[in-house]
Design a protein around this ligand. Structure first.
Ligand code: CMP
Length: 148
């Protein structure tokens, strides 16, 4: 069972669309096993986005992601990393197809609504950066036996 780190970026709460975005993840059958509302400080933002530190958009990205509260989650399921990335849609909003989260809710790439881990290594690093083990509640689905 794979896990992935998901973050609803600043602005999602202000736009009152957090429920819509979380519903897409739940409707797909994935399991939210950790979730919290938090404000990210600059140090955590820089660590989380360290791979982009040489990019010209990095200062903007850091100031945006620290500009308001975010919703962070750990999402579990078979193939969770690629399934959440597919639900999210392309990073660049002009490439994000209708029906995806970014395709339906985002008009600006910097404010592209959702972050989702792009690989097992990123997922492991990001989950550990944002969640203590005791904050993760890996519940069982009593219906699982009926679906497989
Ligand atoms: P995310 O999936 O969180 O990973 C890195 C983020 O950097 C990305 O989503 C965008 O929010 C942002 N980003 C990527 N490319 C650009 C760009 N060309 N201009 C501005 N922001 C970008």
């Amino acid at each position: 069972m794979e896990r992935t780190f998901v973050m609803l970026k600043p602005g999602v709460l202000q736009r009152r669309i957090a429920g819509h975005v979380i519903s897409r993840i739940e409707q797909k059958g994935l399991r939210v096993i950790a979730m919290k509302l938090m404000s990210i400080d600059e140090g955590l933002a820089r660590e989380h986005y360290a791979e982009h530190k040489e990019r010209d958009f990095f200062p903007d990205l850091i100031s945006y992601i620290t500009s308001g509260p975010v919703v962070t989650m750990v999402v579990a399921g078979d193939g969770a990393i690629s399934r959440v990335r597919t639900l999210a849609g392309a990073t660049k909003v002009e490439d994000a197809r209708p029906g995806t989260i970014r395709g339906d809710f985002a008009a600006v790439t910097r404010q592209n609504i959702i972050h989702a881990s792009d690989s097992p290594a990123s997922s492991e690093r990001e989950v550990a950066l944002f969640f203590a083990p005791k904050e993760i509640h890996d519940w069982e689905d009593p219906n699982a036996g009926w679906i497989e």
